[in-house]
Ligand binder design. Sequence first.
Ligand SMILES: *Cc1c(COP(=O)(O)O)cnc(C)c1O
Length: 454
Amino acid sequence: MHFSSTRGTVETTSASKAIINGLAPDGGLYIPCEFPALGNFIGLSYEQIASKILQLYLDDFSADEIDEYVNKAYCSNLPVKINGNFLELFHGRTLAFKDVALQIFPYLLTCSLKKNNIAKTAVILTATSGDTGSAVLAGMADVPGVKALVFYPSGGVSNIQRLQMTTQEGANLHVFGINGNFDEAQTAIKEVFNDKNFLAKFSDKFLFTSANSINIGRLLPQVAYYFFSYSEAIRAGKLKEGDKINFLVPTGNFGNILAGYYAKKMGLPVNKLICASNSNCVLHDFIQTGVYDKMRKFNTTVSPSMDILISSNLERFIYDIGGSDLVNTAYSSLASTGKFSVDKDMSDFDSDFATDSETIATIKKLYESENYLIDPHTAVAQCVYEKYKARSSDDTFTMILSTASPYKFPETVEKALGKLPAGEPASIAGLEAKAVLHSTETNDIKGTIGAVLI
Ligand SMILES: *Cc1c(COP(=O)(O)O)cnc(C)c1O
């Protein structure tokens, strides 16, 4: 399968090259040229479903290579568990759903480099709203031929998110706080990718790429849990084969929910993909009105991994509904005026949002009624689920994606419940005692990259 750019001005490329490049050379995002039907998947294991999906898209990898990487990534440490109608995606190394993709991504990247005979060191530039950073660092620690540089908003991550990053060991890892929010970090990194003169200074030894969800190698592994959870819901007697399902997805950069949309395009019987925003509800407004307007106040919320106003992966959806013409019109309007509007059918989606006080009240309510503890991001989704049920007559079975462990956000859980219930995972309990290895703050991302690579 080949991959093309959402901006439509470069040739299509192989899967391995798309993974290496991260961003397409014209500044667009790579999208698959087609969406093949998955075929039968009911009753298969997670690993079998993941292999089947990746084999359809990554066709310059052999089936043996994909099986090997899927097994190495997931056999002994599957991040995915189902608990009632919650699809818990946070049982991986860093306790957030980013692990699902980032436990396999390093294998896909290093194999892609090998396939293309690239002997340079791959430099992974990452902007994080909190959870991507630690998942990238854990995934890339001491991987030969790779350096990872992570930039996080100093005032915009939880204490545990910060410690997970700043205490991560690995000689090839570099972590920096920046004085800005996630959007500013993400925009600065995109600028680096588009600054060909800057990159040329390092190009004899280094190749720059991204492990953010703009990389297609991050997105495709996420399609698997949509199929898997459907199959498991059948096993649990909640659905019959062919029944429709809704997914409720706490959303920031639109990567997770887009993987669900791709699953639908591959034949999964999805009724609605319901996008849950926090008070940075730019996506909710877009889905309801067709107007995307980032010109608004940026809020720092109790669900920091969703504090985003520039939602990168939305570009892939815009491409899907209107091709590169619509992408180019929309994104030049976004660049010049801060907004764009589209007049297209978006009925695959619904949406709502939750404020911080609603989020905190939802954690409390679910814990008191069901004795089930959820993190603030999942609570945004649960709150939106309740709002959706109250205002629609839709009784389709709904899977709520649970994206982080509540123990990653103890301050907010304590606010909701008075104290943190027992059950903290060992990896978090030990964090405070670990040495902080990365404490540099910077406002000069290019200068910092240059200094690391000298
Ligand atoms: C990244 C993240 C999200 C948002 O996912 P997107 O793919 O960016 O929409 C939601 N919750 C948690 C805990 C996250 O880490």
